[in-house]
Design a protein around this ligand. Structure first.
Ligand code: ZN
Length: 481
């Protein structure tokens, strides 16, 4: 069998079900596909999740994991030292003689030699100059590679991003279908990043539960419209191309939901319990320059939609602003434990961790400290008698094992839906997220999508799968050793 994989970043299974009457092609996939509940990885960040799909390895094994440590200078989102080239499912299939055609994979830049074709492009367009590369090089002279730059995350007016994003998707599919016809492949992989960004930006306009939603706003249907757009122009198009010898896999790396609007300031809880101290010079630091800067940055983010153009100019400097924000910590380095999450506390994720400061504790007390802190986390009551705040809290080894397990904080936990982990100390324990409007949508671990489709064969597969199960499945369909 041949295998075609369509990867759509952030495609959410619950939204697909909700919109299904307007999505005839996705509906067709669901009706033919075995019923599978796919779960993403922890944390459900795109680089971490796609690397697990590519390699069949969990994040502690492949190491593409990032948690910001407030005491290190590492930049938000830096996955330095992790190179996936040569380790992906298309590399392994290629080594066994399968011809591959791999288009725009997340993290697939710079491209590397493959047994077939690979086109890769830079993803963080806000930070780096855009570039696109092909393997082999001749592809770039034979095909039109223009119009493939994904849209920037911070448009001046949020509505300005809609039409250009659709253009990019159409250009991607146009090139992809040409290569699909022109080239004799065994394994074909097409990846599209745009839906994820659209959901990050437009969630508050779509979701009536979002605190910033308002009735009859002009962007109410942007998210449902993009699902229809993908149904018609991506899934519909590829369904027409494939034959009965091809297994079509449509999948996403994580689902999407509302970013928490409420935060629980975990460091403040740790401080109250005696595990964390604030730097002396930071006590009463309301008047210091650093605090003023931090508040300035946060208020720009908070009012971003309102002050439009000015905020956009500021946000062009955002990567620097963000590293400034996340690198200056009010935590005293004699603290025993402190919050560590993938964003340095700025994005209010519901998934996070706690680092234990091994420099200042006895080795012998490490495990009992982890026990104590896990107990504290699990006992936190959310305000208004609405039950426990923390859904689960575990030692890191309880979720994954591998040589990079040290990249995880010592304790990992997940807050219940609607709540994010905040950094503030000496504030109230519960407050609202000041960065909600920047990105009102958020990755979700529970609801990625996996459809496996062939017009003749009905597959019988396990009901519950993880991202690490995808690569072996591809090898099985390709009838590899
Ligand atoms: Zn993603």
């Amino acid at each position: 069998m041949k295998v075609m994989i369509i990867g759509i970043d952030g495609l959410d299974n619950e939204l697909l079900t909700k919109f299904e009457k307007d999505l005839p092609n996705f509906k067709k996939l669901r009706e033919r596909s075995p019923l599978i509940k796919l779960t993403s990885v922890f944390p459900p960040d795109s680089p971490t999740a796609w690397t697990s799909i590519y390699t069949g390895k969990n994040p502690a094994e492949h190491g593409m994991v990032f948690f910001k440590d407030p005491f290190s200078k590492s930049r938000y989102g830096s996955y330095i030292g992790n190179d996936i080239s040569g380790k992906t499912f298309w590399d392994i299939a290629g080594k066994q003689g399968k011809k591959v055609c791999v288009l725009f994979p997340h993290l697939g830049y710079p491209v590397w030699p493959v047994n077939g074709i690979m086109i890769g492009r830079t993803t963080e367009v806000d930070i780096k100059k855009f570039d696109i590369q092909t393997w082999p090089k001749e592809i770039s002279t034979k095909y039109d590679l223009s119009g493939l730059k994904p849209m920037t995350s911070y448009p001046v007016n949020v509505g300005d991003i809609i039409e250009p994003t659709k253009e990019v998707i159409l250009n991607e599919v146009e090139l992809a279908s040409q290569l699909c016809r022109d080239f004799n492949w065994d394994l074909y992989f097409f990846y599209s990043s745009s839906l994820d960004n659209i959901q990050h930006l437009f969630w508050m306009y779509y979701d009536k539960e979002d605190p910033f939603y308002w009735e009859d706003n002009p962007y109410e249907n942007v998210i449902p419209d993009f699902y229809k757009f993908y149904d018609k122009n991506v899934i519909g198009r590829f369904l027409k191309i494939i034959d009965s010898d091809t297994v079509l896999i449509v999948l996403s790396d994580h689902g999407h939901a509302m970013r928490p609007a409420k935060v629980a300031n975990i460091n403040e809880i740790l401080r109250k319990k005696g595990f964390l101290k604030k730097k002396k010079e930071m006590i009463g630091f309301e008047n210091t320059f650093i605090d003023k800067m931090k508040n300035a940055i946060l208020s720009v983010i908070d009012q971003y939609r309102i002050i439009g153009k000015m905020a956009s100019i500021f946000l062009k400097l955002f990567p620097q602003g963000l590293s400034f924000y996340t690198n200056i910590t009010p935590i005293d380095n004699k603290s025993i434990a402190y919050l560590s999450d993938p964003s340095g506390g700025i994005k209010a994720y519901s998934y996070a961790g706690i680092k234990i400061n091994k420099k200042i504790i006895d080795d012998s007390s490490y495990e009992s400290l982890r026990d104590q802190i896990i107990k504290i986390l699990l006992s936190i009551e959310s305000p208004g008698n609405s039950g426990k705040l923390v859904e689960w809290a575990k030692r890191r080894e309880e979720i994954y094992n591998g040589k990079y397990i040290n990249k995880y904080p010592d304790i990992v936990f997940k807050l219940k839906e609607g709540w994010g982990a905040g950094l503030e100390i000496n504030e109230k324990i519960f407050s609202r997220s000041r960065s909600h409007k920047l990105h009102s949508g958020n990755h979700r671990m529970e609801t990625p999508v996996l459809f496996i489709y062939n017009e003749k064969i009905e597959f019988d597969l396990k009901r519950n799968l993880e991202l690490m199960d995808i690569a072996p499945l591809i090898f099985k369909f390709l009838e590899m050793e």
